[in-house]
Design a protein around this ligand. Sequence first.
Ligand SMILES: [Zn+2]
Length: 417
Amino acid sequence: MFFHLALFCSSLVAFCQERRCDSVIDSSFTSFNQEIELLIAKKKKNQHRLRTEETVYVIPVVFHIIHNGEPMNQGLNLSMAQVYSQFEVLNQDFRRRNSDSLRTPKKFGGVAADTKIEFALARIDPLGVRMKEIGIHRYNGGRNIWNRTDFEALVKPPTIWNPTEYLNIWVTDLSGLLGYSKFPTGSGLQEGGGWEQSPNGAVTDGVVIDFQAFGSNKTIRQFNLRTKYSLGRTLTHEIGHFLGLIHISGDGGCEKDDFCEDTPLQDGNSYDCKGGLVSCGAENMVQNYMDYSDDTCMNLFTKEQALRMKTVLENSIRRKELLLSKVAIKPVNPNPANSILLFPNPAIKFVNIDYDNITIQSYLIYNQLGQILRQQQVSEKLYTIDFDGLSAGLYFMVFYMDKKIEIQKLLLLDQVN
Ligand SMILES: [Zn+2]
């Protein structure tokens, strides 16, 4: 038997058009929750002895861009820039490196947490081949718009990558819904290390998100996003569900809880951007990623939420395995003199870029005649450069950093198609 986290939607259709999510917990949730509570209590008891809360966990992600045959950068076939803008938001929000963390009200500042959970882009596909666009898999689903039932049946099974190695995130047009996520289904406490309530779990696990609530317009780039959901917080919220969090209201009245002691009881989800709302005798934490507020208002997870997510990651089926995945390992830079690694090189159409602890401000691409073919300011971290439109040959890439310039050669091969 299933019950719905957002029952109120059936009578309030207006909200449903812009409800934040449609994540459904099933009948296994109660027993899952009881077990996870036990594990959390145990962790708390041992916390003074354990240093595990300092450990940073890294989850490899793949973004499946489900389009309808459009050329890249058009319609549902989203640009790399949009995908990577979303990826940056995840790491900022989960590590509390979001610049609007300063806007967390003082009264909640003490419970705001760096969850110590990070995300890494998949670099190796299920066949073991290095990916052309790191972290991105494009798939023609043959439709402009999807409902949940069809998406679960027709898109997920043929596109899912091994959910014990990748957190699968699908992006498409969800007919007005912002997104939904699969909750963890086992705590690991049960005999056998977790159980499978849903027979389809292994082919449907992950997160689905609407293309107009995916990515961030915070920087100079302007993607086609809904105004209220234009900072990438829908995915932060949905991954909270994927790691066992529920809405801070518990989706009920004051008697319903989210099982996190440092979030206030709320008599319902908060909408818009209403700071100072009071319910159940306390101020609503509208800034919490697991409420329903607009993206501009959201800016924190709490310590208890972080503890719960880490406990799920350590114990639950298709969560704990992610921590051992090797699909996001970075290649070693064969030339230690370079601070930037370009790969593959020779390349076909795309080259991936790896660098740490430096800021690239702009780059140029020259040909052998010294002609400048591309000149690009860089406002976000670069992950991949698209060479589409350039013919095969030798090119020079010049990267301008804060205090230095780095020049590298790149050989572009013929595109087969
Ligand atoms: Zn939700």
